[in-house]
Design a binder for this molecule. Structure first.
Ligand code: F6P
Length: 536
């Protein structure tokens, strides 16, 4: 019997056992949680018992996670469909050297980071100026990995902002670039065009619009442009001076790129020292991932919980629920990280995947979500495994009472999901309100919570740059471990290509041109209607 079969069998055999009964073991909470690197990861409120955990750990061993992990850190070309190394960890590495193909890759990483830091200091201290004085605003133009990471982290680290205001433009919808630029002064704004390839249609369209906006007020618009890219010939063609171009190598995937030049807007906002602290937090998680035994290894256990819920128990989605308002863009960031990495239907060798690919990831910060979609999580017919996140302390001592309220809500939600409320308790509640007979019964049924709904909780001291670095590296490695177990390549993204091709193909049609290659009836009809609605 394979480990997968053994896991499925065990899940079926224990399906009717309430998670709550696992707490008959007084050591359950301690035994099914991990304390490491500033974090407490509690997975005791899941149906994973000792046997399931042993099987899951065996699965990780048998899947070759350890060997693959070392291959990644050593710079071997584990992105096999693109024949590339996967070395975003090099961007935060603490060792002296990392020799890949006879070359120390850390030399270039350090040199670029030093250039970023020098530029950040010059700008923050007023030595680099706009054509109307010191830079007041920075606009990052990028999409996907060239947007989500820095946008999420810039918001997350708001208490550390001492630099210019940072804004983010991503969508090709002109409304986005318009609304962001409208209130800004072109004479004191820096535009960063962030694109690994420097060909992404949305980014190039927004960059051209921003240059035109700048040109209306300043004599030399590109003098207030910087670029973050792996394509120096294209940044040069755009006219951006090489001293403001920050490059990185093709072994940094877009969604893993926050740690290098893609993090430039964040560095401008919080300063190089705090940026380095974020890298240090990630590096600590890297070291933990490489050295901790699997049973005490945060990324490995987070991944195994994910595998248990998705591939073994069949729950198609997972909700990420940070009780930390400043992490409100984390779910969107994780959507790209997890779904672009592990949303794949073929294995590395091209064969069909025999189990589900990675889950749908979604979420919102608590307590907002409680007043929106938690209804379904508590009483819907589908189970949504929940991943709660909570800081012990906020950054506002004068508002600590609100932080305690936030924490009480977080813990109450996971407890409610676990315990639920049975019909008897619901009946008692209705009786106490004076209801009787059929009406009592009817009302009581609406107030039943089935409970037994799994969740995990990640606790951390405070959302500092160091802690944020740890959280993000934790999730990166979780994606890696899940990908290895599923046998897929987590580092390509062929699934985004077809839509891009068809969009190019459709553009002339929307302008009334030739229909070009074949289109289906619906698309042709929608294009015709679109054109008609614009004729006024
Ligand atoms: O289309 C998907 C994608 O390639 C992502 O993987 C990437 O993060 C994003 O587009 C942006 O790419 P670039 O940085 O090259 O503009």
């Amino acid at each position: 019997m394979t480990i997968w079969n053994a896991l499925s069998r065990h899940a079926t055999a224990t399906a009717s056992r309430p998670i709550l009964t696992l707490f008959d073991d007084p050591k359950r909470a301690a035994d099914f949680s991990i304390e490491a690197c500033n974090f407490l990861f509690d997975y005791s409120k899941t149906a994973i018992d000792s046997e399931a955990r042993a099987l899951l750990l065996q699965l990780a061993e048998d899947s070759g996670v350890a060997a693959r992990r070392e291959a990644m850190f050593a710079g071997q070309p584990i992105n096999e469909t693109e024949d590339r190394a996967v070395l975003h960890t090099a961007l935060r590495a603490t060792q002296d050297q990392l020799i890949v193909d006879g070359r120390d890759v850390l030399e270039g990483v350090r040199a670029t980071r030093a250039r970023m830091a020098a530029f950040a200091r010059d700008l923050r201290e007023g030595r680099f100026q706009g054509q109307g004085g010191a830079i007041s605003d920075v606009v990052n133009i990028g999409i996907g990995g060239s947007d989500l990471g820095p946008a999420m982290a810039t918001l997350a680290l708001a208490p550390y902002h001492t630099g210019p205001r940072c804004h983010f433009v991503s969508n090709v919808d002109g409304a986005h670039v318009h609304d962001v630029l409208a209130p800004l002064n072109p004479e004191t704004t820096l535009i960063i065009v962030a694109s690994k390839t420097f060909t992404t249609a949305e980014t190039m369209a927004n960059a051209a619009s921003a240059r035109a906006w700048m040109a209306r007020r300043v004599a030399d618009p590109v003098a207030q442009f910087a670029a973050v890219s792996s394509a120096p010939e294209r940044t040069a063609a755009f006219g951006i001076a090489p001293e403001r171009v920050f490059g990185f190598e093709d072994w940094v995937g877009g969604r893993y790129s926050l740690w290098g030049p893609v993090g430039l807007p964040l560095m401008l906002a919080i300063g190089p020292t705090h940026f380095e602290a974020m890298l240090a937090g990630a590096a600590e998680m890297d070291a933990h991932f490489r050295t901790a035994p699997f049973a005490r290894n945060l990324p490995v256990m987070l991944a195994l919980v994910g595998i248990w819920h998705n591939q073994i128990q069949g729950h198609a989605t997972r909700a990420v629920l940070p009780y930390d308002q400043r992490l409100s863009r984390l779910p969107a960031y994780l959507q790209q990280l997890e779904m672009e990495s592990n949303g794949k239907r073929v294995a590395m060798d091209g064969s069909d995947l025999t189990r589900n690919s990675g889950p749908v990831v979604w979420g919102e910060p608590g307590t907002n979500g409680q007043h929106a979609f938690y209804q379904l999580i508590h009483q819907g017919t589908r189970i949504v495994p929940c991943e709660f996140m909570l800081a012990a302390e906020g950054h506002e001592p004068e508002l600590d009472h609100q932080h305690r309220a936030l924490a009480a809500n977080c813990l109450a939600q996971s407890e409610a999901l676990l315990r639920g409320r049975n019909l008897e308790a619901a009946r008692a509640l209705m009786a106490a309100r004076g209801l009787t007979g059929a009406e009592l019964e009817r009302q009581a049924r609406h107030r039943v919570f089935p409970g037994n709904r799994p969740s995990t909780t990640l606790l951390y001291p405070r959302l500092t740059p160091f802690v944020l670095g740890g959280i993000l590296a934790l999730y990166e490695h979780r994606v890696f471990v899940e990908g290895v177990i599923l046998g897929i390549n987590s580092f390509d993204q062929w699934g985004v290509e077809l839509g891009k091709e068809l969009a190019l193909n459709l553009a002339p049609l929307l302008e009334g041109g030739d229909a070009g290659t074949e289109h289906d009836g619906s698309t042709l009809a929608l294009a015709t209607l679109f054109r008609r609605l614009r004729e006024h």
